[in-house]
Design a protein around this ligand. Structure first.
Ligand code: SF4
Length: 342
């Protein structure tokens, strides 16, 4: 089984005061904590980050990662160079603090020879909760300061793409910048400012409530859109465009527990107490039937083969994102056993 171009997510905090209505981690914010790096954690993350088989290191959280900048910058400092980092944020800081953050992040990335893409949440759920909006400010910062190793992009979970499109054009206009939107596919637009292009990617809202406006792709539509984008069938794990094989999609949680993304009821180690590398993780995929089957068989085919289609449909209606679907399936031992034996 070939696995290449892995994705490493590091969730560095559980702290967030923003309070988005749809938040999947709201229960953790009351008593949440920040990730602190032990000596062994640094060694493990250093090994995982510096493997040539990693395509991207995404820093995010079960909270807002700006609440733990110290650990983010420590993680950046573990790189031996040539790495692509990403920082997913609402960008809620006042603009002077945001500028300091960009300056420091660029300095560290440049000194290590890495890049860092700042991916700003650009949907109605986040925007309505954030006082200091970072979008126009950040593009203006990029165009006026030209940080050598930072890039910017946007993400949205709105069904109606017009929110992100109109919001960005109006925000940039307020900052004196003319911009246009170019549709690029079912899950992607481009924002063009002068000669510079910024991507906007659209994700499915995970748990649409009964009164959620129409327009979200259902799980099968979402899978189909990903398949059109990557030119191959969707399997769990990190999807790469054909002809590159898919990779592992590994998440490190704020307490150091490590999971395959989507399979977060099954810890595969902890960065503070175990020795971890990609080879050991790859062996885990090969030797664990549930993970192996989900990494090798198209998810739509897996769902079709399950005997209780009524149950499958009820789960699909609740979780229309493939990774959260698996979390739901974890509550149904019979379905899990069937997937394990495919
Ligand atoms: S910013 Fe992120 S972590 Fe905070 S409430 Fe919103 S979705 Fe949840």
């Amino acid at each position: 089984m070939i696995l290449e171009d892995h994705l490493l997510y590091v969730d560095i905090t559980q702290i967030c005061g923003i309070g988005c209505a749809f938040c999947m981690y709201a229960d953790k914010h009351e008593t949440g904590s920040n990730m602190e790096l032990s000596i062994l954690a640094r060694e493990n993350l250093g090994r995982l980050i510096n493997s040539p088989s990693v395509k991207r290191i995404s820093i995010s959280g079960e909270g807002e990662p700006l609440n733990n900048i110290k650990t983010f910058h420590e993680i950046l400092g573990l790189s031996g160079g040539g790495k692509a980092f990403e920082f997913i944020t609402s960008g809620f800081f006042p603009h002077d603090k945001m500028a300091e953050f960009y300056e420091r992040t660029n300095r560290i990335a440049a000194s290590q020879g890495d890049t860092c893409n700042i991916r700003l949440s650009t949907d109605s759920h986040h925007i309505e909760r954030v006082k200091w909006r970072a979008h126009g400010f950040s593009i203006n910062y990029l165009l006026t300061h030209r940080p050598s190793n930072l890039t910017f992009s946007f993400r949205s979970i709105d069904a109606d793409r017009s929110f992100a499109r109109d919001y960005l054009i109006s925000e940039l206009n307020d900052w004196g910048m003319q911009s246009t939107i170019e549709p690029r596919g079912a899950l992607e637009d481009a924002l063009v400012v002068g000669g510079t292009t910024f991507s906007i990617d659209y994700k499915n809202l995970v748990h649409p409530l009964p009164n959620t406006p129409a327009g979200y792709l259902d799980l099968y539509g979402y899978i189909e859109a990903i398949e059109n984008k990557t030119k191959k069938r969707f399997t769990l794990g990190s999807m790469n465009k054909a002809p590159t094989a898919n990779g592992m999609d590994v998440t490190v949680k704020p307490d150091g527990n490590v999971y395959f993304y989507g399979l977060e009821n099954r810890s595969i180690g902890n960065i503070h107490s175990d020795e971890l590398d990609w080879e050991a993780l790859s062996n885990h995929v090969t030797c664990t039937p549930l993970v192996r089957n989900l990494y090798t068989q198209p998810l739509a085919d897996v769902l079709d083969q399950l005997s209780d289609q009524h149950l499958v449909r009820s789960i699909v209606e609740k979780a229309n994102n493939p990774y959260w679907l698996i979390k739901e399936i974890e509550h149904h031992k019979g379905l899990l056993a069937e997937i394990e034996s495919l």
